[in-house]
Design a protein around this ligand. Structure first.
Ligand SMILES: [Zn+2]
Length: 556
């Protein structure tokens, strides 16, 4: 998701020399499993079959939810999240059963000796206040758009409303025929009903988290980006992903606009990571409260982005990257949100590099780094993996997005391009349609690179801040020897980082070298003499924007 409308594009860079292999001196890996706490232990929803009757006007809906539920360990009671709405009946395997209601939950006893999987049916109705955003658009037309992140699906869907429990979803929506209904997955049918109403069914056959299960019901114009908009290799053959854009009718003349390269974005990510995870991809003008929301196969963008002409390729690239990272591979715990937002941030920058070149990528990485260094809230006081944060909206911060994105950039330099993309492909293939934690990514990177990376993940993701390096350099003209004195801390402590410096002499000749700065408060490093040593008149630190650090340089 993108929290705000994006003014500038983000970008990518990669071209770094592989660093010399280093011994693992870090404290070793922390097992994420230790902090896992199942949201609804013993219960695993396999599928949601959701039927909604939408009104001609107003916000009162009627719903019928059918959940197929598997037992993972023995539990006596099924607890479903549902706020506010009235529950009319609950059935288990066709038999009406008693239930109890709290303001936020439905409690139903599993039948003794009942078989699993069990089919649970919930009939409900009422006025929807959130989750499904019902409002009149600027032309006074009724519109409804799902907007669930992080746990607002429970305003309108009886569910196990947590990213750890993914399921398939079928949507059957009955609405006035003049509304176009779009939802996750593929269109199954349209069927006219009496009284000018229409029934529309969509089905997503891959498991997705509840926060991505949405519908749109509004007067929408459809624009096809073509059946070949985004292709890639799938096994031995080529597969293409149809893409459609849906906007308010009066916005249609603007298309394709920023969506002109939506197909290329899919093809590029496909080539980097692996096959697009779903059957199709839709982009919609919507009422999401975010700049963009990556609902599986149906990305919702802020209405204002269209109306003010601010839709842009960077935002499309960000939300499209989420289809792989966030949607197909989902963070199992909210504290690992960077596995979704850090990836989307970095992959948007990678798209910039691919489409617009190195200078644009470097500019994006500079602006990502500048955001981290300027942040006075999350970055200096919280680690990226923030298991103590209970306010989920507060996780939409510079740590999850920009710092997470820059960490992925530094991880790439640490292991080298070949290992990095091999690991991403393996991570995606292993956890696609499932969930993952940070250690799963670490293990994929360790496997591909042969390096122990616990120290890297710990220093960048499990403690706040970033390195603050004070670099004093001096040179000896007779020996051409250049010495760096580097001080770190005390604000965030000392980090172990590679540091590239570029020496430049009075004639403009340059020489680059990379040194490993150990995690020590004070260190003196002598640069190795190059094959054609120069006497530097100036020294540039981190010329390629590869290090997340605040760096001050002095000459002695
Ligand atoms: Zn995002």
């Amino acid at each position: 998701m993108y929290g705000r409308l994006v003014g500038a594009l983000l970008v990518v860079v990669l071209a770094t020399a592989r660093l010399t292999a280093q011994a693992d001196i870090g404290p070793g890996a922390t097992r994420d499993a230790a902090i896992e706490h199942p949201y609804r232990p013993g219960v695993d929803v396999q599928s949601y079959d959701l039927t909604l009757d939408l009104p001609q006007s107003g916000n009162v809906i009627a719903g019928y939810a059918v959940l197929e539920i598997r037992h993972t360990t023995r539990v006596d009671t099924l607890v479903l999240d549902l706020l506010q709405l009235t529950v009319d009946s609950v059935r288990m395997d066709g038999v009406r059963v008693p239930f109890s209601r709290t303001p936020a939950e439905i409690h139903v006893a599993f039948r003794p000796n009942g078989k699993f999987p069990v089919r649970v049916e919930v009939a409900y109705h009422g006025a929807v206040e959130d989750g499904l955003i019902i409002r009149s658009d600027s032309a006074g037309r009724w519109t409804g758009f799902g907007d669930n992140w992080p746990n607002r699906a429970r305003h309108w869907i009886p569910s196990v409303d947590h990213p750890s429990d993914k399921a398939t979803v079928t949507w059957t929506v009955r609405a006035p025929a003049e509304r176009t209904v779009v939802a996750n997955g593929v269109l199954v049918y349209h069927k006219p009903l009496p009284n000018g109403r229409m029934e529309t069914r969509w089905h997503e056959s891959h498991p997705i988290p509840v926060y991505l299960m949405v519908i749109a019901a509004a007067p929408l114009a459809e624009y096809s980006l073509g059946p070949l908009a985004g292709c890639g290799r799938n096994g031995g053959s080529t597969r293409c992903i149809p893409q459609l854009v849906y906007t308010a009718p009066e916005q249609r003349p603007m298309l394709p606009g920023a969506f002109a390269r939506a197909g290329d974005i899919v093809s590029y990510y496909w080539s980097l990571v692996g096959p697009f995870p779903y059957e199709d991809l839709k982009h919609l003008q919507s009422s999401t409260r975010f700049g963009g929301m990556e609902n599986a196969t149906a990305i919702f963008y802020a209405d204002a982005a269209f109306r003010t002409g601010r839709m842009n390729e960077g935002l499309i690239a960000h939300e499209t990257a989420h289809q792989w990272f966030g949607d197909a591979v989902t963070e199992r715990e909210w504290s690992h949100l960077w596995l979704s937002e850090g990836f989307a941030t970095y992959f948007s920058a990678l798209w910039t590099q691919h489409a617009h070149g190195e200078a644009a990528f470097r500019h994006d990485m500079e602006s990502i780094r500048a955001s981290v260094l300027a942040d006075a809230e999350a970055v200096p006081s919280h680690p990226v993996i923030d298991s103590l944060q209970r306010d989920l909206l507060a996780l939409l911060n510079t740590n999850s997005y920009q710092k997470g994105g820059f960490v992925l950039h530094m991880l790439r330099r640490q292991v080298g391009d070949s290992s990095y993309f091999a690991a991403l492909r393996s991570y995606y293939a292993s956890y696609r349609d499932g969930t993952a934690l940070t250690d799963d990514l670490r293990e994929a990177m360790e496997q591909a690179s042969g390096q122990k990376l616990g120290w890297f993940f710990d220093q960048w993701l499990r403690r706040p801040g970033y390195p603050e390096l004070d670099v004093t350099w001096s040179s000896d003209p007779s020996s051409h020897q250049v010495t760096l004195e580097i001080a770190q801390g005390p604000r965030f402590g000392a980090f172990r980082v590679p540091l590239t410096v570029e020496l430049r002499n009075a004639n403009g000749a340059t020489q680059r070298m990379t040194v490993l700065v150990p995690a020590e408060n004070q260190v003196q490093l002598v640069l190795p003499a190059g094959t054609r040593p120069i006497t530097p008149s100036s020294l540039v630190v981190d010329p390629d924007v590869e290090l997340l650090a605040r760096i001050a340089v002095h000459h002695r």
